[in-house]
Design a binder for this molecule. Structure first.
Ligand code: AMP
Length: 418
């Protein structure tokens, strides 16, 4: 047993999976940059207070935060998500609106690790600040849908809901509190505890006994303002116009406290119930103000990389890219030829690798095989004497001698590069 292992809920991402992660982010970048979103890299840790503004009844904040005092005595926290950091950056830099940004990278939550749930996990997401337009809500949702389609996912389900405006949400909370309190004895003890903190979150419970009570709960749309209702209708019509299918789920409340109006979640129908949520988002009008800025509307989403890749596995799509070098150089003389040839090839834009420690030709040929390079260049004492190189096409086994001075041209020809 090694002395050290990764901490619970963290992993080393090795090849080929690491390449898949990078490709995932590349596809995302391509998708959202084509819609005018620019890349932002918020810091991994911020003042704890930045995250506390997400809402004191949010579980991510109350139970799962990685917070600590740094050597300067500041109380900081590793980011549990990136919306708060982006909104803090907005207040700090006062960019021109609408400000449309995208991000990718790890977040940290002290959760119970299990498949699809980690303490360090990656998300990609967008945020669009400074516009209240329902067409922007639909644009953001359409981008997520487009990204899933780019990955080749077909079994992605979109649930839509509205949480009304700030006052509506509060009013609805009170209505729910009354309703759930009247049915308290039928709720699980976990939900009773949640009820005391945040009645809305009881709707999130997936526990069987709670489900029956939840099914009879009043729906939010009955208690929201006319303007919030109109906004929601406009979002749905805009989704219809783009042929994006969705289902209205008036029990969808989602995790963070600052959500207002439009809220949505993507689930994978290819995954089993425990980790079907692969992404979600919504409007968070109010968060910028909570962070000390001028009242500014905002909408965004975050998609979980791990779970989306699990969905890709389940649908057999978006395989890890292959990363083989083009050339493998075998040098049985002294290693110096491989050293110089690799350098020359790389200088000329051809990827190349080699073996070290002057191993036997058999061992080096095995390494060449394992490298999955399509061409091997072999140099023994005969080749050195004649200033030649043996070029071997690894697929067919065909091999022939080339003049060493022509190596780049011959390699490009063998690789079929024009
Ligand atoms: P949230 O920021 O909680 O709205 O989560 C957005 C998405 O991030 C979820 O739908 C999941 O796909 C993913 N996610 C959230 N928490 C975790 C976690 N602990 N481990 C892996 N993925 C997560």
């Amino acid at each position: 047993m090694p002395e050290f292992k990764t901490s619970p809920g963290t992993r080393d991402i090795l090849a080929p999976h690491s390449g898949r992660w990078r490709a995932f982010q590349d596809v995302f970048a391509h998708t959202v940059e084509a819609a005018g979103y620019s890349y932002i890299i918020p810091p991994m840790f911020e003042d704890l207070d930045v995250f506390l503004r997400l809402g004191e009844t949010t579980e991510v904040v109350t139970k799962e935060m990685y917070d600590f005092h740094d050597k300067g005595g500041r109380h900081v926290a590793l980011r549990p998500e990136q919306t708060a950091g982006v909104c803090r950056a907005y207040v700090e830099h006062r960019p021109i609106t609408p400000w449309k940004v995208w991000y990718a990278g790890p977040n940290f939550r002290y959760e119970k690790p299990q498949q699809g749930r980690y303490r360090q996990f990656d998300q990609v997401g967008v945020e669009a600040l400074g516009a209240d337009d329902p067409l922007l809500d639909a644009e953001v949702i359409a981008l997520a849908a487009k990204f899933y389609a780019e990955l080749g996912l077909k079994k992605v389900h979109l649930s839509m809901n509205t949480l009304g405006d700030a006052g509506d949400r509060e009013r609805y909370s009170q209505i729910l509190l009354k309703y759930f309190s009247a049915h308290e004895k039928d709720l699980t003890s976990d939900s009773r505890a949640t009820l005391a903190r945040n009645p809305l979150r009881v709707l999130d419970s997936k526990r069987e006994p709670d489900q029956k009570v939840i099914a009879g709960a009043p729906a939010i749309r009955e208690s929201i303002s006319e303007s919030a209702n109109q906004h929601f209708d406009a979002v749905l019509r805009a989704l219809d116009a783009l042929n994006i299918s969705y289902e209205i789920n008036n029990r969808l409340v989602r995790g963070l406290d600052y959500y207002r109006r439009t809220t949505f979640e993507f689930t994978s129908l290819a995954l089993d119930a425990a980790h079907t949520a692969i992404g979600g988002g919504g409007r968070y009008d109010g968060l910028v103000e909570a962070l000390g800025g001028k009242a500014t509307p905002g909408i965004g989403f975050a998609l979980g990389l791990d779970r989306t890749l699990l969905a890709c596995d389940a649908e057999n799509t978006f395989a890890a890219p292959t990363t083989a070098v083009q050339i493998f150089v075998v040098d049985t003389v002294d290693g110096r030829h491989a050293h110089e040839l690799c350098h020359l090839l790389r200088q000329n834009g051809v990827s190349a690798d080699r073996a070290y420690d002057l191993r036997s030709i058999k061992a080096q040929m095995k390494s060449a095989d394992r490298s999955a390079a399509s061409v091997a260049l072999i140099i023994g004492s005969d080749e050195v004497q004649n200033s030649t190189i043996m070029l071997r096409k690894m697929g067919s086994g065909e091999q022939y001698s080339i003049a060493r001075k022509d190596v780049i041209g011959e390699v490009l020809k063998a690789l079929n590069v024009k």
